[in-house]
Ligand binder design. Structure first.
Ligand code: NAD
Length: 519
C-alpha cells in the first residue's frame, strides 16, 4: 500500500492517535472517489497482530465527516439510479475482474491487520467475490412481474427500485467478505453506499474503494467512512440514510436495530453466535475430527460460523477427542505470512480476553485437554498469540459454554442422546450456524427439521451459504427480518411498487364510488 494509490497518506499532527504515532501512515476516509483526512481530530491505532506492533493509524470520523460521506452518496444517487442496468453491470463485471486479478494483494492487506493466514484471507475474498458475481446478474433479480388484462383492459405490473443512500457497518473478522455480502447487490440495484468498516482492520475497505474507482464506478457511489461509535450513531440517525446493514456482536446489533428502526430506517443487524456441532455415534469420526479442527481453529476461531461447542453423543467423545488431539498436534500457529495454519488474535486486548476464558474454564472445573496458552508460535514474541485450546466435560453453566468467546477455544459437551443434544442447541440464545455429523439420513433430516438455527451443515462444518442463497441466523444472531445476499439481499436493497394501468381506448370508465373490484 502506498500513498500513490490514494488510500493511505502520511499522518498529520492533528489526526494521530497519539504523539508517538506521528510517523505512522493514516488510513483516511474515502469520499466522492478520493481519500479524505476528514475534519475530525481523533484517530485509532492499527496493529499487525503477528508482531504486536502499531503499523498505522485510522481516522475516526466526526459528525461532520458523517455528513460529508452521506452528502456525497446522496449527491451521486440520482444519476446512479438512472444509470441503465446494462451500464451498471458493465462496471460490476469490471470490478469483479479487478478483484479477481488483485485478490492476492487484498489478502495480504487483510493478514497484515487481522492476522488470519494468507490462504484463509484469500478464501474470504473469494467468498465475497461470489456475491459480486451474483450482483453481475442483477438484471434478472430486479425483474418485475406483468399481468395483462388483470381486470378488463387493465394491466398490473411490479417494479423494484433502489432505496437511496444505504449504510453498511462491518466487524473486524471479515474486513472484505462481510462488506461484500452487501455492497455488490446494493450498488447493482442502484443505491449509493457508505461503508463503515471496523477500525481494527480498516485498509481492506480503501483498497476495495480504489478498485471500484478503477472499474469506472462514478464518484460518490461507494464511500468509506472510518470510525467508531460516533460514526455509527451518525449513520443510524442521519435523515438521508435509508437503511443499515450491520454485522457484529449481539449487544451492538440489538442497539443498531433498535436505534436505526426508531429513526425510520430499514435495518438488518447480524449478531454473535455460539455454533454447535452435534456428532452422533454413527458418524465418520475422522471426517468429524477434521471438521471440528478446521471449524474450531480456522481463523483462530474468529468466525461467526466457527464451531465452539462440540456436542458428542453417547460413546463417541473419547475417540473423537483423541483424533482431535492428534490433528492439533500437527498444526503450526504463527505469522500468517509464513505458511502457518493458524494466526494470532486480532488485538492484545482480545487475546487477553480469550485467555481469561481459558483460565475461567479451568477454574469452573472443565477438563483442559489442550492448553493454547503454552503455544510456541512461529512468529514475533510480541504477537497476540493463543494456540488451539480444547476443553472436555464442559458444563452448560460454565462461561466457556454460555459466552461467545471468539477465539480458538473448543468445548466438548457430552450428552447421552440425540434428543438431549438437540434440546441443548435449541435452548441456546444464539441461532447462527450448526452442524450435525452422522451417516443416518433419517436422523439428519429430523435434525434439519427440528433445530432452531438459521444455517445448517449436514456433514459440513462451516455452512456459509453460497451467494445465491441468503446468509443469516435466528434468535439473537439476527435482528430484523431479512438475511444477507441472495434474493433476500435484493429485496432488502430495493422497494417494490405495483402499477395498475389502463390506456385509453374507445371504452370509458364510468362513475363508481365503490371500492375497486376486478371484472
Ligand atoms: P463489534 O460489535 O465490536 O463491532 C462491529 C461494528 O460495530 C464495528 O464497525 C464497530 O466499530 C462498531 N461498534 C463497536 N462498538 C460500538 C458501539 N458501542 N456503538 C456503535 N457501534 C459500535 O464486533 P467485532 O468485534 O468487530 O466483530 C466480532 C463480532 O461480530 C462477533 O460477535 C461475531 O460473532 C460477529 N459476527 C457476526 C456475523 C454474522 O453473520 N452473524 C458475521 C461476522 C461477525
Amino acid at each position: 500500500m502506498t500513498s500513490e494509490e490514494g488510500f493511505v497518506t502520511t499522518t498529520t499532527a492533528s489526526t494521530t492517535a497519539d504523539a508517538g504515532a506521528l510517523d505512522l501512515p493514516l488510513v483516511q476516509h474515502w469520499i466522492s472517489g478520493a481519500a479524505s483526512a476528514g475534519s475530525g481530530d481523533r484517530a485509532a491505532d492499527v496493529y499487525d497482530p503477528a508482531t504486536g506492533k502499531r503499523t498505522k493509524t485510522v481516522a475516526l470520523a466526526s459528525p461532520g465527516d458523517v455528513n460529508a460521506a452521506v452528502a456525497a452518496a446522496k449527491a451521486a444517487f440520482p444519476a446512479w439510479r438512472d444509470t441503465s442496468l446494462a451500464r451498471r453491470t458493465t462496471i460490476l463485471f469490471k470490478f469483479r475482474q479487478l478483484l479477481d486479478e488483485r485478490k492476492g494483494e487484498l489478502a495480504e492487506i487483510i493478514t497484515a491487520e487481522h492476522g488470519k493466514v494468507v490462504s484463509d484471507a484469500l478464501g474470504e475474498v473469494s467468498r465475497g467475490q461470489e456475491v459480486v458475481e451474483l450482483a453481475c446478474g442483477i438484471n434478472h433479480l430486479v425483474k418485475g412481474a406483468f399481468t395483462e388484462n388483470a381486470s378488463t383492459k387493465i394491466d398490473v405490473y411490479s417494479i423494484r427500485q433502489p432505496l437511496g443512500v444505504v449504510s453498511i457497518i462491518s466487524p473486524f473478522n471479515f474486513p472484505a467478505m462481510v462488506p461484500m455480502w452487501f455492497f455488490p447487490v446494493a450498488i447493482a440495484a442502484g443505491n449509493t453506499v457508505v461503508l463503515k468498516p471496523s477500525e481494527k482492520d480498516p485498509s481492506a475497505a480503501n483498497f476495495i474503494a480504489r478498485l471500484w474507482k478503477d472499474a469506472g464506478l462514478p464518484d460518490g457511489v461507494f464511500n468509506v467512512l472510518h470510525g467508531d461509535k460516533v460514526a455509527v450513531d451518525g449513520l443510524l440517525t442521519h435523515p438521508d440514510v435509508a437503511s443499515v446493514s450491520f454485522v457484529g456482536s449481539t449487544p451492538i446489533a440489538k442497539y443498531v436495530y433498535e436505534t436505526g428502526t426508531a429513526h425510520g430506517k430499514r435495518v438488518q443487524a447480524l449478531g454473535g453466535a455460539k455454533n454447535h456441532m452435534l456428532v452422533l455415534p454413527d458418524a465418520d469420526l475422522d471426517l468429524a475430527a477434521d471438521a471440528a479442527v478446521n471449524a474450531g481453529f480456522g481463523s483462530a476461531g474468529e468466525r461467526c460460523m466457527a464451531v465452539s461447542a462440540l456436542v458428542a453423543v453417547d460413546s463417541v467423545a473419547d475417540e473423537l477427542i483423541a483424533k482431535i488431539k492428534d490433528r492439533v498436534a500437527t498444526l503450526r500457529t504463527g505469522d500468517g505470512r509464513r505458511g502457518c495454519d493458524m494466526g494470532p488474535l486480532v488485538t492484545g486486548a482480545h487475546r487477553d480476553k480469550v485467555t481469561g476464558y481459558v483460565d475461567a474454564g479451568v477454574t469452573e472445573g472443565a477438563e483442559l485437554v489442550i492448553d493454547g496458552r503454552e503455544v510456541v508460535p512461529d512468529g514475533d514474541a510480541d504477537g497476540f498469540w493463543l494456540g488451539p485450546t480444547l476443553f472436555d466435560k464442559v458444563g452448560t453453566d460454565m462461561s466457556i459454554y454460555t459466552d461467545e468467546i471468539f477465539g480458538p477455544v473448543l468445548s466438548v459437551v457430552r450428552v447421552e442422546s440425540y434428543a438431549e443434544g438437540l434440546d441443548l442447541i435449541n435452548a441456546n440464545k444464539y441461532g447462527n450456524g450448526v452442524a450435525i455429523f452422522t451417516n443416518d439420513g433419517g436422523a439428519a433430516r429430523k435434525f434439519r427439521n427440528e433445530v432452531q438455527v438459521g444455517m445448517i451443515g449436514i456433514n459440513v462444518p462451516v455452512p456459509v451459504p453460497v451467494a445465491y442463497f441468503s446468509f443469516g441466523g435466528w434468535k439473537q444472531s439476527l435482528f430484523g427480518d431479512t438475511h444477507a445476499h441472495g434474493v433476500e439481499g435484493v429485496h432488502f436493497f430495493t422497494r417494490g411498487k405495483v402499477v395498475t394501468e389502463r390506456w385509453l381506448d374507445p371504452s370509458h370508465g364510468g362513475l363508481n364510488l365503490g371500492f375497486p373490484q376486478n371484472d
